[in-house]
Design a binder for this molecule. Sequence first.
Ligand code: PMP
Ligand code: GLN
Length: 411
Amino acid sequence: MTTDPHATQAAPGGPRPWARTARGANLLGSDGRLGITIFEEVTALAQHHAAINLGQGFPDEDGPREILDAARAAIADGANQYAPGQGLAVLRDAIAAHQERFYGLAVDPQTEVIVSTGATESIAAAILAFAGPGDEVLTFEPFYDSYGAVIGLSGATHTTAPLSAPDFQPDAATLEAAFTDRTRIVVVNNPHNPTGSVFRREALELIVRLAERHGAIIVTDEVYEHLRFGAAHVPVATLPGAAARTLTISSAGKTFSVTGWKIGWLSGPADLVAQVRTVKTFLTYTSGTPFQGAVAVGLGLPDEFYDSIASTLRRKRDLLGEGLRAAGFEVFEPEGTFFTMVDAAPLGIDDATALARRLPSLIGVAAIPVAMFCHEDGAERTRSMLRFAFCKRFDVIEEGARRLATLREHV
Ligand code: PMP
Ligand code: GLN
């Protein structure tokens, strides 16, 4: 790269300007450009400054050889044309078997599962299928960026229930106040990006009761279901009363370290899935054929594989956590995902967004400002917070920690 992506961008309107589409959707352009996410912006900065990228959440090592070989074999064997719109049968069968094996959930691979282009497309298709002008879509805050953008595209109103430090668990009173009779969908991301929290069963049960009371559909984003360091994962769909109104979404990207393959899936009651499938048909029709069979191989890997990804990541979390504490941050220890959130206030830093834009050139490390996952009030509450990714090689995390230890000298 020859140009500094930061230097070439004006940032009109402050750190979080909005771009408006013809439909009136507010799409977050992280530095004022349409369609540029904060993840892309930070990765470009990291590349430009040859910084250690603890920003965008992607692993820097390949996943299991079996699935990489399966994808290569599929291409060699000619699996290169459109897959059926709902996904290859072999993958739908593997998704159903995975839900049964890990959670005792019975889903019919013919009518209750679709394959999508990453979890991102399932999230978009579910929101566009069920929400529109006059409806509210409720998410927790901070929230993953695509939720805000797609809710905007749907024409619905985005409402939020804030999660607060230090444990970022849903608060019962806040949740009750956030639901209204216009709440059409509640999006539950658990384990939660960017806070790393794993929601307690009681909180999930309350969400189900409130969704029932207000007639809302529950859309869950469980892409980090296997990346946990303690409590078991509880899919909302397994809770009493939930199955008939819950769409469960996950993805191969995180579990198998193949974020570039963009294979995700959604399961739930046949009538709801059929509507999502209709929207998916006209978004992309179908998703990466040769990767689908390979992901099916991954879903069938033995328990040792699943245990080892969680235990390796846990050691990475601990290593990064030590480095962040030594650097002077307040660290909020995550129970899941591959992200650690910190508060930079103890270092005398109150504008973490400005810091994140300087960090790659300052000390050669990249991180994501948490305010980017928030609306205005939430951005104020999380103004001094950063998110660091630890899905990186041990030596990379160690070098990142060494560089972070020098931050005090610069601020
Ligand atoms: N949801 C959350 C919470 C995420 O962090 C991500 C990023 N991986 C996604 C969805 C997108 O997943 P995919 O790459 O499978 O579209
Ligand atoms: N999910 C990843 C993250 O939160 C990457 C997202 C992206 O680049 N769109 O960092």
